[in-house]
Design a protein around this ligand. Structure first.
Ligand SMILES: Cc1cc2nc3c(=O)[nH]c(=O)nc-3n(C[C@H](O)[C@H](O)[C@H](O)COP(=O)(O)OP(=O)(O)OC[C@H]3O[C@@H](n4cnc5c(N)ncnc54)[C@H](O)[C@@H]3O)c2cc1C
Ligand code: FES
Length: 327
């Protein structure tokens, strides 16, 4: 166990094999982060004393300049002894549910589209997380990636994921070709989760960004006090990438309170809007942008286009638009 001190702030203990970020969050501290996967750079900290090993030295979240200045990514850093860090804690990052590592067993799988499959796992004890959060999944060989939960918190310990197969992807090829009967789950993580609100909700999923949007829609459906309607925009390259309206209505449990809007970018299909999902959203929305709160999940270029549309162009305040970037 290593002791980590934050200059002008709190301290916490970091267990063998744990990263600075996760140990800090497990201790209930608001360490800034987003992806937990080395991609975004939000978790950069300055290492004042001590040493760390990086799980991924080439992680794109850190520039050469950062490295020269002694900065490290807290999400990739395994301390090799006691450390002192300089960082600014953010109250918004204090975890409502502290993340935990647990073994989970595979209980089922089902194909959703030609390359998205739902993987169902169960662990001992209740599954506690907010709709829209994610967990880190590790295979027995130590390969680990972030995946959003598609179900909602439950007493049975069930955690469901909707995962897109990436050609030659280190994690997904193994999951799809020979899913292990047991994995390690670490979570929950993520700040782009469902919030209470008075406005109807727009969920925008691109590609593999389906799971957290399904979870958010399910979270609304499961709360008897929540009467919000959901507009579910789902973008794919072709119609084979989209599971369809009936699937979304049934799975989320929202019935007629869910309106499904499909967008295909590479194909012309009668009855389906053609274009990128942010273009289809803009065409449908007209001048009604202010009527909704927004949740968006998918690859970084899609999120960038949505951020430009919703925040930069339409001027929606950051608190009404939540982005989940899948690095
Ligand atoms: C918050 C979050 C939620 C996500 N939710 C989902 C989801 O619900 N469904 C889904 O299909 N995908 C999701 N992803 C994407 C997912 O984590 C993987 O990137 C994707 O499945 C491809 O993994 P792969 O190993 O098969 O592909 P690869 O191409 O082998 O790896 C892809 C990613 O892994 C990371 N990586 C590469 N090398 C290393 C390394 N040496 N050490 C550590 N990391 C490395 C990089 O971020 C890279 O982009 C999410 C990503 C994030 C950040
Ligand atoms: S949280 Fe560490 S790089 Fe994104």
């Amino acid at each position: 166990m290593n002791r980590i001190e934050i200059v002008d702030g709190a301290g916490f203990s970091c267990a063998e094999g744990d990263t600075l970020l996760r140990a800090g969050l497990r201790a209930g501290l608001g360490l800034p982060y987003e992806c937990n996967a080395g991609g975004c750079g939000t978790c950069k900290v300055e290492l004042i004393e001590g040493a760390v090993e990086s799980r991924w030295p080439e992680a794109p979240g850190l520039s050469d300049r950062d490295r020269r200045k002694g900065r490290v990514l807290a999400c990739q850093s395994l301390p090799t002894g006691d450390c002192r860090l300089r960082l600014r804690l953010d109250p918004a990052c204090i975890p409502e549910i502290r993340p935990e590592r647990r073994k989970a067993r595979l209980t089922g799988m089902a194909d959703i589209t030609r390359d998205i499959r739902e993987f169902r796992f169960a662990a001992e004890g209740p599954a506690r997380f907010r709709p829209g959060q994610y967990a880190m999944l590790s295979l027995p060989d130590g390969t680990e990636r972030a995946y959003s939960l598609s179900n909602i918190a439950n007493a049975d310990g069930a955690s469901h994921f909707q995962i897109r197969r990436v050609p030659d992807g280190r994690m997904t090829e193994r999951l799809f070709d020979a899913a292990p009967t047991e994995i390690m789950l670490d979570g929950p993580y993520g700040l782009a989760h469902l919030q209470p609100g008075a406005r109807d909700v727009v969920c925008i999923a691109g590609g593999s960004g389906l799971a957290p949007m399904v979870s958010i829609a399910r979270g609304i459906a499961a709360d008897p006090a929540d009467a919000r309607r959901v507009h579910f925009f789902h973008g794919g390259r072709t119609s084979a990438d989209l599971p369809g309206e009936g699937w979304a209505r049934t799975l989320t449990g929202l019935g007629d309170r869910l309106a499904y809007h499909a967008a295909v970018s590479d194909e012309s299909v009668p009855g389906l809007a053609q274009g990128f999902v942010h273009e289809v959203l803009a065409a449908w929305m007209g001048d009604r942008f202010d009527n909704y709160d927004y949740y968006c999940a998918g690859p970084p270029p899609m999120i960038q286009a949505l951020e430009t549309l919703l925040v930069a162009t339409k001027g929606l305040p950051a608190g009404r638009v939540r982005f989940d970037r899948f690095f």
